[in-house]
Each structure stands twice: as structure tokens, then as C-alpha cells.
Design a protein around this ligand. Structure first.
Ligand SMILES: [Zn+2]
Length: 258
């Protein structure tokens, strides 16, 4: 009898185009907090949902910028894990587009080159006033910046305050990234959804769009996120274990005669 992971490896073995759709779970396995739990340490008295809004930035830009630098420092200390690296391996033999809800750069640091950030990126602040992304980022070493309140740098064009280039609560996803993600999803043979509970819309629509476009959908998550069907599979477990195991099987299925 074929196990689920073997069945999935065969599907991917036959696939030309793959979309890897990632969420907080894959970053959490690299030690980046998901903020579902109350904050600890210097931020214990703050609620992340109240720090990541335009109104919070208007009320206290230095507090929001300090929070943002603290998150950058956490990401800078984190390393891509075995799941990030296995995705890079997969892209050596197939067309792989990474669509991520994460704002860190762990996919890029692992070596992925085609990465779409649906929720923006901590690496790319933009102007709160004119929305431009400055050509040069005036960054101090993020690891040194752990103060609670730090005044944001100014936009070189209009002298407005720079804000984190991430999607805050209440904001729309960046239109160009969303469009590219939908195009890739509609064109893929298999969508691998990793470390995402699939509850945050509109990003949660990605697996649905893949399924409606005739692709197979594979969820890799510590808890089941969907009912299995002939076109939907769940591999239950940590991404850093399941993704490398899956990718190593794909290698071996290639060597076997069909
Ligand atoms: Zn500006």
C-alpha cells in the first residue's frame, strides 16, 4: 500500500509547475514568533494587533518603528530551516514559485529566487506619506536596535516618516503581488501549502483557487487543515521534517520506471 507521502511524491514527480504557499508555521520552526500568544520581554505590555495598524503609527510612530526594528532583529538572528532548504532543492528540477504570507526573508536567504510576498516584507520599508520605497534603506544594525521607541528615518523624497513595508491590520494585500500569486496558482500542477492554517483571507483563497484550477493541493501542517480527497492531501507534521522527506522521495521516484 502506498503511503500518503509516497502518493504526493509521485504527483510532484509528474508535475512541471509547483506553487509553494507558506505561512507562519514554517517561520515559527526557525524560531520566529507567530504572535498568537501574548508578548514577553520588553513588549509584554503591548498587543501586536494594536502595534501593526496605520492608526498606531499615526499616534506613536516611534513605538511602531521600535517594534518593527525588534522584529527585524529577531528575523536577522533566525536561520532558514530544513523546509526552506528543501524548497530550494525542489526548484532545481522544476518550476517553483514561492508565495508566502511571511514578512521575513528566510526563503530568499535559503536560496529561493522566485518569491512573492503577499503581506509585504520587513526588508523593505516605505514612506508613510508618499508610499515610495526609498532606493537606499537608511538602516542601522537591526541587532543593535532593541529600544522600545525609536524615531523612524525620513523619506529622502518628501521627508515623510518611513513605515514598515508590511501589510498592517485593516490594509489590502499589495495588488501586484496578489495578481502574480493568482496567476502562478492558476498555472500550477501541484500547490504545496506549508505551515498555514488557511484561515486568514484573502490569502486562504490560494489553495481554493489551485483546486478550482485543477491542481492537486497538499497541506503540510502539524494539524490537519482540510479533508483529504482525491485531489487534496494532508501530510501531518513539522515542515522541517515533512518537506525534506517529501523532496528526497521525489528524487527517488524519478529513478524508478513508471
Ligand atoms: Zn515620501
Amino acid at each position: 500500500m502506498t503511503s500518503t507521502i509516497e502518493a504526493v511524491a509521485t504527483l510532484i514527480g509528474d508535475a512541471k509547475r509547483i506553487v509553494v504557499f507558506t505561512g507562519a508555521g514554517i517561520s515559527a520552526e526557525s524560531g520566529i514568533p507567530t504572535f498568537r500568544d501574548p508578548l514577553t520581554g520588553i513588549w509584554a505590555r503591548h498587543d501586536p494587533e494594536k502595534l501593526e495598524t496605520a492608526s498606531a503609527f499615526r499616534a506613536d510612530a516611534a513605538l511602531v518603528w521600535g517594534w518593527y526594528l525588534w522584529r527585524r532583529a529577531q528575523v536577522a538572528r533566525a536561520e532558514p530551516n530544513a523546509a526552506h532548504l528543501a524548497i530550494v532543492q525542489l526548484a532545481k528540477t522544476r518550476e517553483v514559485t514561492v508565495v508566502t504570507q511571511n514578512i521575513d526573508d528566510l526563503h530568499e536567504r535559503a536560496g529561493s529566487t522566485d518569491v512573492i510576498h503577499l503581506h509585504g516584507s520587513l526588508a523593505q520599508p516605505k514612506c508613510f506619506a508618499c508610499h515610495r520605497i526609498p532606493a537606499e534603506q537608511p538602516f542601522e544594525n537591526p541587532i543593535a536596535s532593541e529600544g522600545l521607541r525609536i524615531e523612524p528615518p525620513r523619506c529622502p523624497r518628501c521627508k515623510g516618516k518611513l513605515r514598515p513595508g508590511v501589510v498592517w491590520f485593516g490594509e489590502d494585500l499589495p495588488a501586484a503581488a496578489w495578481k502574480r500569486a493568482i496567476l502562478a496558482t492558476k498555472g500550477c500542477d501541484v500547490l504545496l501549502s506549508i505551515g498555514t492554517s488557511g484561515v486568514v483571507f484573502p490569502a486562504a483563497e490560494i489553495p481554493i483557487i489551485a483546486q478550482q484550477s485543477g491542481a492537486y493541493v497538499v497541506h503540510i501542517n502539524p494539524a490537519p487543515v482540510a479533508h483529504q480527497s482525491s485531489r487534496v492531501f494532508c501530510l501531518i507534521g513539522r515542515a522541517a521534517e515533512q518537506v525534506p522527506a517529501l523532496v528526497s522521495l521525489i528524487g527517488s521516484t524519478h529513478l524508478l520506471p513508471h
